[in-house]
Design a binder for this molecule. Structure first.
Ligand code: GDP
Ligand code: IMO
Ligand code: MG
Length: 473
């Protein structure tokens, strides 16, 4: 069956035939509409969420980002066109959809305006009706980015030559310091405040005085921050974004009540979740689905279907434990075939075999109802493939439970299962049943260990390089 606009409806239909109660549908005035869906990363990011959100957008009315900021980089390939989105929901690329940047997101207004212009210049309409920005989303200020970069510098030089370093390897987009200000409260600035220049100037007088001293203490030798200049510039951004800034919480509740179907676009991924990831090598938001209610104002049950996105192998950008990492030829080969370089920073991604202890844990935390297995094509040509389904710990015990803490996870040694590989390229496969037997065996083993059916299988970056899942319990 060729993937197309109604392809996901088709999958839904097949799931019903197979007796699997997903994806679920809501009855609204006798009209059956697709339910709400969440797309979330089950590894350390860059699983291909952008591609899946783009595919699922056709079946939804509203696409919502609920966490993170411009640390995210979601790539969508449509024919010959390639888009890299950081703050805008990927649904913006399909006409006629409402995109929402929820209150849980941290917004760098300069970056957002640049992204809006970039998308508009490619002929895509963005207006006050199709892009809503929460007045309560927090603003990433220039001093947040400087703080982020300065802290990383200080931390990496603190133990230079004597270990892996203490720096997190952040994207330096100011994410951590902005969320820290949110939690700290007094210095935080929210999007709604950008539209009142005098108010902003007053707030910035105090903030700049203190932030300048802090930056100096971190070794940043720069002129003190100028509250007047910052107030002018950021109120200017506020003016430009004003038509979009609104109370998205009420807007989302209204849309949900009116029967619109909502697609939640997770940014970052479960193993980077501030509470449930590999702390402290994580990002600063709840990027598992647990961030959805807080980051949108929509209470549970917020989604009928939760699609956990996973690569057919594992990657990670930045520092932190990665039990199945391959630092030699295998890692290089995966990086080369998968073009594993960061969408946001261009850094080479660390690569390794599939860690299913991690995926199963993330699926549990996120309440995933199915998985999407991405980049399967990258594994063509390996004689053998390795899967990790349990760890051996330093005291010799064996566990199939993940350890969501960097110090604990460092002692985990993967116990491997070896599966046969396949030689042929699979990127032009259009039917799952045409995949090599070994590739089907690999997918089946994943489903067995994770305990979830596949929603879809991806064999290339383009929309058309997508195969139907099993939706098998
Ligand atoms: P995200 O952050 O989860 O949205 O993922 P990224 O966009 O950062 O990284 C995924 C990369 O893989 C992008 O360059 C996609 O275009 C690409 N991609 C997605 N699915 C596939 C696939 O099945 N095969 C290949 N070869 N590339 C894919
Ligand atoms: P998407 O949405 C991959 C990682 C960074 C770093 C850590 C903290 O594209 O999957 P931060 O700048 O957030 O303070 O960095 O988190 N990180 C990501 N890695 N994909 C992402 O997003 C990421 N967002 C954050 O590399 O290790
Ligand atoms: Mg990415």
């Amino acid at each position: 069956m060729p993937p197309g606009r109604h392809w996901t409806h088709q999958i839904a239909h097949e799931c019903k035939i197979a007796g699997v109660p997903q994806p679920r549908h809501r009855e609204n005035d006798n009209v059956t509409t697709p339910g709400h869906t969440a797309v979330v990363g089950l590894q350390w990011g860059d699983e291909g969420k952008g591609k899946v959100v783009d595919l699922l957008t056709a079946d939804h009315d509203v696409i919502v980002r609920y966490n993170g900021g411009a640390n995210a980089g979601h790539t969508v390939v449509i024919g010959d066109e390639k888009y890299a989105l950081h703050l805008l929901p990927s649904g913006i690329l399909s006409g006629g959809k409402i995109c929402v940047i929820g209150n849980g997101v941290v917004i760098d207004p300069d970056t957002l305006l640049g992204e809006i212009e970039g998308i508009r210049s490619r002929g895509i309409e963005i207006n006050a009706e199709n892009l809503l920005i929460s007045d309560r989303a927090h603003v990433v200020m220039p001093y947040h980015k400087e703080h982020d970069a300065a802290l990383e510098r200080v931390l990496s030089s603190a133990v230079e030559g004597s270990g892996p370093g203490l720096s997190i390897g952040t994207t330096r987009r100011g994410i951590g310091p902005t969320y820290a200000d949110k939690v700290h409260r007094s210095f935080a600035i929210r999007m709604g405040e950008l539209t009142d220049k005098e108010h902003l100037r007053e707030r910035l007088k105090v903030i700049c005085a203190i932030r300048s001293r802090e930056l100096n203490a971190l070794g940043v030798e720069a002129e003190p921050l100028d509250p007047d200049e910052l107030a002018e510039r950021y109120a200017g951004f506020g003016e430009l974004l004003k038509p979009h800034i609104t109370d998205t919480v009420y807007a989302l509740h209204d849309m949900r009540r009116d029967g619109k179907s909502i697609l939640f676009e997770g940014a970052n991924a479960c193993l980077l979740d501030i509470d449930h990831g590999t702390f402290p090598y994580v990002t600063s938001s709840n990027c598992s689905t647990l961030g959805i209610p807080a980051g949108t104002g929509l209470s549970a049950p917020f989604a009928d279907e939760i699609v956990g996105i996973m690569k057919a192998y594992t990657t990670r950008v930045g520092a932190g434990p990665f039990p199945t990492e391959e630092t030699g030829d295998t890692g290089d080969r995966i990086r080369k075939r998968g073009n594993e370089y960061g969408t946001t920073t261009g850094r080479p991604r660390r690569c390794g075999w599939l860690d299913l202890v991690a995926v199963r844990y993330s699926a549990m935390i996120c309440g995933a109802t199915s998985i999407a297995c991405m980049l399967l094509d990258v594994l063509s040509g390996f004689d053998e493939l390795k899967i990790c389904s349990s760890y051996r710990l330093s005291d010799g015990t064996v566990t199939d439970r993940f350890i969501p803490d960097a110090r604990g996870l460092l002692q985990a040694e993967p116990i491997w299962e070896t599966l046969p590989g396949w030689t042929e390229e699979i990127d032009d496969t259009t039917d799952r049943s045409d995949l090599p037997t070994e590739a089907l065996g690999y997918l089946e083993r994943i489903e067995e260990i994770v305990g979830l059916p596949t929603y879809l299988v991806s064999v290339g970056p383009e929309r058309t390089q997508t195969l139907e899942g099993t939706c098998r319990a």
